[in-house]
Design a protein. Structure first.
Length: 345
């Protein structure tokens, strides 16, 4: 396939780009290179004959139309998004413009291109979303593809809106779409404002390791390379008009997660005291969802996918990667907002 990937210089998008090239596909990487993007994430494949980079914003309709006409992709994998909940609390406007208006622009550009090519049955528009659109769970239960939407933050509301747009373009215009909603990702190249990189880097620098509230909020952790493999499977074999939930089957409370990372650091880079002594409880995030958990039955039974990396294995790989790649993360520490508490309401 020739795949147009939006947001391909970001965390999950770059994992998709790397895996797609490794699997023999051609990739057109479209990225606006905002604060969380980094071309180092795709440096390993940037010289590949099947890779092209387009510096463009999905809010720019003319640029999108030009890119479709120039490269003529077989498939779109839409990952470009503003994605940090804390930033959405402080500045929701960017989330509305990118996640909703940008998705609308991309849908229209894809529809126009698809029609110009004679509406080929092999074309796919794959919209990549989040489990946060479903709201918050109690102590039991899991999100399925039929769970009603109940977004609680500007970020999740903007992603829910984009999901609805994609479904509407399928029902109204018959654009061949597939959708996925994933649990929390982690792994190499994770931008250092998200929880796991913050824990690792604050631990290494002897700074307080912040945990919101009492640390009881639960997330289902999905290793990013597993997610990339699942996304490429869905775009190839998923049923048109259908959505697939992708989960790691690895539930941990935030406190359990942080203590696990500290334990790995104690073993790999020991110091006099345990890194866990740096844990500090801070004021909770406004509207902080209590628990997310994905039921991945559909993707397992229909497409034969399940995660290959346990959270213990994935955290070990991730910590080792950050220890071995200081040049990557140190260059990002001066970017806007990194190292500062955001989203305090």
């Amino acid at each position: 396939m020739k795949i147009l990937v939006t947001g391909g210089a970001g965390f999950i998008g770059s994992a998709v780009v790397r895996r797609a090239i490794a699997n023999g596909h051609e990739v057109v990487n479209v990225d606006a290179l905002t604060y969380a993007a980094c071309l180092e994430n795709v440096a390993a494949v940037s010289d590949s004959s099947g890779y092209v980079f387009e510096h463009a914003d999905i809010r720019d309709c003319d640029a999108l139309n030009r890119i479709f006409e120039t490269h003529k992709p077989d498939t779109v994998m839409h990952l470009a998004a503003e994605s940090h909940v804390d930033r959405s609390i402080d500045g929701p406007k960017n989330f509305i413009e990118t996640n909703i208006c940008g998705t609308f622009n991309l849908l229209e550009a894809a529809r126009k291109y698809w029609a110009s090519q004679g509406r080929p049955e092999t074309f796919r528009f794959h919209h990549v979303s989040t489990d946060e659109v479903f709201g918050s769970l109690g102590a039991t239960g899991k999100f399925t593809e039929d769970t009603p939407y109940d977004p609680r933050s500007p970020y999740s509301a903007s992603k829910a809106s984009s999901d609805h747009l994609v479904r509407a373009w399928h029902e109204t215009y018959r654009l061949p779409v597939v959708l996925t909603n994933c649990s929390n990702n982690y792994g190499p190249y994770h931008f250092p404002e998200k929880l796991i990189p913050v824990v690792i880097l604050n631990a290494l620098h002897g700074k307080p390791i912040p945990i919101y509230g009492n640390g009881s909020n639960v997330r289902d952790w999905l290793y990013v390379e597993d997610h990339a493999e699942a996304l490429l499977l869905v775009v190839r074999k998923g049923e048109i008009g259908r959505s697939y939930n992708i989960g790691g089957e690895n539930e941990l409370s935030n406190l359990e997660l942080v203590r696990a990372i500290c334990g790995i650091l104690d073993r790999l880079l020991p110091k006099t005291n345990s890194y866990a002594e740096q844990i500090t409880f801070v004021a909770d995030r406004p509207g902080h969802d209590m628990r997310y958990a994905i039921d991945p039955t559909r993707i397992r039974e229909e497409l034969g996918w399940r995660p290959s990396v346990t959270v213990e294995e994935g955290l070990e790989r991730t910590v080792r990667w950050y220890l071995e790649n200081e040049s990557w993360w140190r260059a990002l520490l001066e970017r806007d907002g990194v190292g500062h508490r955001l989203g305090v309401g």
